[in-house]
Ligand binder design. Sequence first.
Ligand SMILES: [Zn+2]
Length: 60
Amino acid sequence: MDSKLLEILVCPLCKGPLVYHKDDRELICKADHLAFPIRDGIPVMLEEEARRLTEGERQA
Ligand SMILES: [Zn+2]
């Protein structure tokens, strides 16, 4: 994914930074424990589309 695009992306909820997980194609907000999917290279920055992080993922 475009690194410049990544730099401008923030969490839609807390406006905090997101961590790009390349293998899972997800953008993680550690503050909200949400993972936003990237579909066809387009980040889906919608809370209702986001996945809740599991307990194990929160620890990592
Ligand atoms: Zn957030």
